[in-house]
Design a protein around this ligand. Structure first.
Ligand SMILES: Nc1ncnc2c1ncn2[C@@H]1O[C@H](COP(=O)(O)OP(=O)(O)O)[C@@H](O)[C@H]1O
Ligand SMILES: [Mg+2]
Length: 278
């Protein structure tokens, strides 16, 4: 294929399954992209990922969901509440949920050690098991793999992308690390990601509200606005209209941000301290 045809090619996009979201990113996530889904706990990252896999099931894709913070049962239950039947997809061999929380010997799709290489190998094994074809991958969350060694986050992320790139995955990788650092000082996957979707929560007049903002999506003229989202039993997550808030309005005060950055730096320094050789 010549270079010119390649650059003119329209990239295939995968629907996220979240009502109102695809429109923000020009129709969906470009096939083959590795997208970071970041935000504090309880902002909706897992729900978003479950929708993405649910849509994959509907479209006949192969689907792999790695869960590190909840058990497989919990993910299946959560999906069921959103009207998505993960159990039959598993039985039809269209979905494999790799349980990295409850490592059990009698369960071939669990991880007995929380280690990046073990996980990557298990994902490849799962993909082989599901067979050829367009595939969706969720790793929820990546933070668990470098909790005790934040300095490795970037290296691991790079490794994951490099190895899994060849397997026709379009992937969502969640992380709670990049908390509101408006200075753009993120840790880990953001550096290698083709896209960054950030979820936020704020309290407005005594009520918790959730928002989503696309911070980056390569090859895409995406919206730069922040959108309010809603999560409901049955229908799940939907994107409502853009907000009147600007990004700055919900950023943490700079003193807080600075303190967070200093504490992250401290962790990195501690984990890279040279060993005492005498
Ligand atoms: N069935 C449901 N109906 C209504 N809201 C729900 C339902 N399930 C989850 N939620 C909302 O979603 C939130 C959790 O979102 P989640 O995606 O797990 O967050 P994160 O993964 O970012 O920590 C819950 O706190 C709750 O408010
Ligand atoms: Mg979660």
């Amino acid at each position: 294929m010549s270079k010119i045809t390649h650059s003119r090619q329209v990239r295939e996009r995968l629907s996220t399954g979240v009502k109102g979201f695809d429109e923000i990113i020009g129709g969906g996530i470009p096939r083959g992209f590795f997208v970071a889904v970041v935000g504090e706990p309880g902002t909706g990252k897992t729900i978003f990922c479950i929708h993405f896999i649910g849509e994959g099931i509907k479209q006949g894709d192969k689907n792999i969901y790695v869960t590190t913070e909840e058990s497989r049962e919990s993910i299946i239950k959560q999906a069921y509440q959103l009207g998505l039947d993960f159990e039959s997809a598993i039985n039809r061999n269209q979905l494999i949920v790799i349980d990295a929380l409850m490592g059990r010997r009698d369960d071939p799709w669990s991880l007995d050690v929380l280690d990046v290489e073990t996980m990557v190998n298990k994902i490849i094994e799962a993909k082989r098991h599901l067979g050829f074809g367009r595939a969706r991958l969720v790793i929820d969350s990546m933070s668990a793999f470098w909790l005790d060694k934040p300095a490795m986050a970037r290296k691991y992320s790079y490794y994951i992308k490099k190895v899994l790139y060849r397997w026709d995955f379009t992937a969502l990788l969640t992380s709670q690390y990049a908390v509101t650092t408006s200075l753009g000082f993120g840790f880990g996957i953001e550096h290698v990601a083709d896209g960054i979707i950030r979820f936020r929560k704020i309290i407005v007049k005594g009520e918790l509200k959730r928002y989503v903002l696309v911070e980056k999506m390569r090859q895409t003229n995406h919206s730069n606005r922040m959108y309010e989202i809603e999560i409901k039993t049955g229908s799940g997550m939907i994107v409502k209209g853009p907000t009147i808030y600007r990004r700055e309005d919900v950023a943490l005060p700079s003193t807080v941000t600075t303190r967070m950055i200093l504490s992250e730096l401290q962790k990195i320094l501690e984990s890279t301290e040279p060993e005492n050789t005498d």
